[in-house]
Design a protein around this ligand. Structure first.
Ligand SMILES: [Zn+2]
Length: 236
């Protein structure tokens, strides 16, 4: 270990490591994936054994646990993460495994359950939109595009496109997006969600359905969110 003096401004401590130190640290995780089992957590050992078996053909994997049930999947061959993403969706014993690419700048507290990557099928996509950017534009109407699968990339089956999109918990899960085109008339692209995560309307997370929320009271009625209303004087 080495000593690097910090900077103290107004009694606050500031530490600014040079970019080469950060880049060296980031290199370790380049190509890694962040995983999360939606709705149910499994013992770490079970996840590790199952994924090692399931993804044997992609080479050696190291799994590192994070907070709140998230984990990082690091591959000996760093190009494998992207391939695994494209070959998704994946599950463990029927539990959906949400995956996203590790990115520089992510901090552990960013791993929230209020957004989740979901695979969607898009029907009626015009052939001129059958590019990575074209697909991204359509996906932007639904969430943040993450990747397309290999058959969409190769354009082998033009009857539908498969794309992985990060969806926010307040999404309306639209079934149609209108595509305005410079040539030809507007087109309705139809969306099919191959899997819809359990959503809790009380906690605003993709994790458990509202009906099994711990914040529900015994009678099954939901506890009202913390919005204080003036008490009804007639009751008092
Ligand atoms: Zn809840």
């Amino acid at each position: 270990m080495k000593y690097f003096p910090p900077e103290i401004v107004n009694r606050e401590i500031f530490i600014k490591p040079p970019i080469k130190v950060v880049d060296m640290g980031a290199k370790i995780w380049d190509g890694a994936l962040i995983g999360y089992l939606v709705g149910k957590s499994l013992p770490f050992g079970a996840v590790e054994t199952n994924l090692e078996k399931k993804w044997q053909k992609y080479g050696k994997i190291n799994i590192h646990t994070l907070d709140k049930g998230f984990f990082i999947l690091k591959f000996e061959d760093s190009s494998m993460g992207a391939i695994i993403m494209e070959e998704g969706p994946w599950d463990l014993w029927g539990i959906h495994l949400a995956l996203r690419k590790w990115e520089r700048g992510l901090v552990p507290c960013c791993f929230c359950l209020d957004r989740v990557p979901i695979w969607l099928k898009k029907f009626n996509v015009p052939t001129e939109s059958w590019t990575r950017d074209g697909m991204s534009y359509i996906a932007n109407g639904l969430g943040t595009p993450i990747c397309i699968d290999s058959s969409t990339k190769s354009k082998s089956k033009l009857n539908f496109a498969r794309i992985c999109v990060e969806i926010a918990v307040n999404s309306s899960f639209p079934l149609v997006v209108k595509l305005i085109r410079p040539y030809g008339t507007p087109v309705s692209v139809h969306i099919e969600h191959t899997w819809k995560p359990p959503i809790c309307d009380v906690c605003k997370v993709f994790n458990h359905p509202t009906r099994s929320c711990r914040k529900s009271n015994d009678s099954g009625r939901l506890l009202k969110p913390k919005i204080s209303k003036p008490a009804n004087k007639a009751d008092g």
